[in-house]
Design a protein around this ligand. Sequence first.
Ligand code: PLP
Length: 430
Amino acid sequence: MHYYSLNRQSEPVDFRTAAVAGQAPDGGLYFPETIPRFPAGFLEQLPRLSSAEIALTVLRPYVGTSIPEPELARICAETVNFPLPVVPITERISALELFHGPTLAFKDVGARFMSRCLGHFSRHETRPVTVLVATSGDTGGAVASGFLGVPGVEVVILYPSGRVSPVQEQQLTALGQNVRALEVRGNFDDCQRLVKQAFRDAALRQRRQLTSANSINVARWLPQQLYYVTALGQWPHAAPPVVAVPSGNFGNLCAGLLAYASGLPVVHFVAACNQNDAVPQYLTSGRYAAQPAVPTLSNAMDVGDPSNFGRILELFGHQHPVLRQLLSGYAVSDADTSATIARVFRATGYVLDPHGAVAYYALADYLRQHPEQRGIFLETAHPVKFPEAVEAATGQAVPIPDELRELMQQPKQSTLLEPEYEALRAYLWE
Ligand SMILES: *Cc1c(COP(=O)(O)O)cnc(C)c1O
């Protein structure tokens, strides 16, 4: 399998090169040259296959010869060593719970797969590889946990002091081993600026091999197909489901559309956004306009110009009418998000997080207009990661899950850093 740049000014590359580089030299996103079909009989066998077996079948054609099969099988098994259950909420709506991984959010799958691929590619490197990430909260935790204990890889995370939630801060600072946290006296933009400057510093890069764990990396994007395929394996109805995806940067939904293009039976997709609605606007009007991001309750989806939108267009040959047939867009307000958390809790006892609530609202609305259909929404985070919004809506505290209790008791270890490049450079030069 080769990947070309959507900017079409760089050479096509194999999986290894695309995963190590992250972005093409021309600044474009990498896209697979062909979309493989699932092998014959695969969909019928799904209910009997493990997540690891499904991952291996789905990802093998994309990885090609970059990783030998036994090694890829091991990576797949380590990537999904936790359940991805479909849980019925009402007669017509089920949740696909993606928050049973180590950081309680769906980004675990992509981060775990990517980290193990990069670990494999750097195994003969004499210089250790340093993964440098700036985070506003969730991504850093998933990346840190994904790389934890991977030999030959060191992770350095920059996060804005005082601006991440207590759970997120523990997930960044209490892991130890090969993960180091830099607490920057500044905001997320400062963190991102420092990281970008380090990547431009040729002398530093001579001394240390730097890699990014960017969300557009194919090794983070492609494994997300697994959610949709394992969900279909658990779907008890003959008619295929509607699938609603809470979307920000659109990597997750784009992976679902890719699985659909490979043959996965889904009757319709719903792009569930908060007030950051560039893609729903496009679906309605056929015109795309990036917007400045606005803050909302579902803050992991506060993206004004989603990176993966270009991949969705490419997948559908830039045919707006074709895409519109398959995909509906919703922009859900914070008021409707809170009301949905409260209503679903009262009616069923199920506790949604704000991101899942956006998708629930959109799916319920879509199903009202399609009374013969049923659907699945992706619940992308555990409610404990967004306790304020959830407790305000339900009137009850969210209990801390057992998996997290131990981590919450570990000592926090971080290094305070002034938001100046010289400080980061000195730290990395050691
Ligand atoms: C990142 C994230 C999203 C958005 O996913 P995209 O792939 O960027 O569209 C949704 N929910 C949660 C909890 C997230 O962390």
